[in-house]
Ligand binder design. Structure first.
Ligand SMILES: C[S@@+](CC[C@H](N)C(=O)[O-])C[C@H]1O[C@@H](n2cnc3c(N)ncnc32)[C@H](O)[C@@H]1O
Length: 180
């Protein structure tokens, strides 16, 4: 799938993608600057989409580090499977709310999310956030990009520590929330 096909897929599925553009390189760099991917053993990405954040994670992850990417859109999954054939990367075409089935008790060092929480059903959001909190290792962090500052209150229900950052270098400008 070329860049224009990926964008068309994004626009055609607004009710589940919740975005008009993919994350910029600047936003990806900002999100990942709050992680130490080089030393991570297990990383989970929620909402892989076109793979823009996936690419950033893979560039930093060691070959021993495992990356699980959850994505519900089968076209995006197919495209990412071609783009990322690395043996330590697994593209899972399933909802992030089922992450516990794939983690089987393993704890993640980082969970990186670009899910459109603002449009997801409340039960789905609660399930994903509660499972993410439970899936993190003791020193683990969840890094979330969002366009809505108000989601901070939602994330606070699940995490005791929350830091908010912002970048203009994305369309639209975005918040990065670091939760643990
Ligand atoms: C805003 S796009 C982000 C795409 C890309 N990661 C980026 O940063 O540009 C959100 C992605 O989350 C996916 N998504 C939505 N609900 C999901 C769910 N419950 N589980 C997994 N992926 C989901 C959508 O299909 C879409 O690809």
């Amino acid at each position: 799938m070329g860049k224009s096909d990926l964008l068309l897929e994004l626009y055609s599925n607004l009710s589940t993608t919740g975005a008009l553009a993919f994350s910029s390189k600047a936003l990806v760099n900002k999100m990942l600057s709050f992680t130490d991917m080089e030393h991570a053993k297990l990383v989970v990405e929620l909402g892989g989409g076109d793979g823009s954040i996936t690419q950033g994670i893979i560039e930093r992850l060691s070959p021993e580090g495992i990356l699980l990417v959850f994505e519900i859109n089968s076209s995006f999954c197919e495209s990412m499977r071609k783009q990322f054939p690395q043996p330590n990367v697994r593209i899972i075409c399933d909802s992030a709310e089922n992450m516990d089935r794939y983690l089987a008790g393993k704890k993640a060092d980082y969970i990186v999310s670009s899910l459109p929480f603002i449009i997801l059903p409340k039960e789905t959001t609660d399930e994903i956030l509660s499972k993410s909190r439970d899936a993190l290792s003791q020193k683990g962090k969840m890094v979330i990009m969002t366009y809505s500052f108000h989601l901070k209150r939602l994330f606070r229900r699940f995490f005791t520590h929350l830091e908010v950052k912002f970048t203009f270098r994305n369309l639209p400008p975005a918040f990065v929330m670091i939760c643990h």
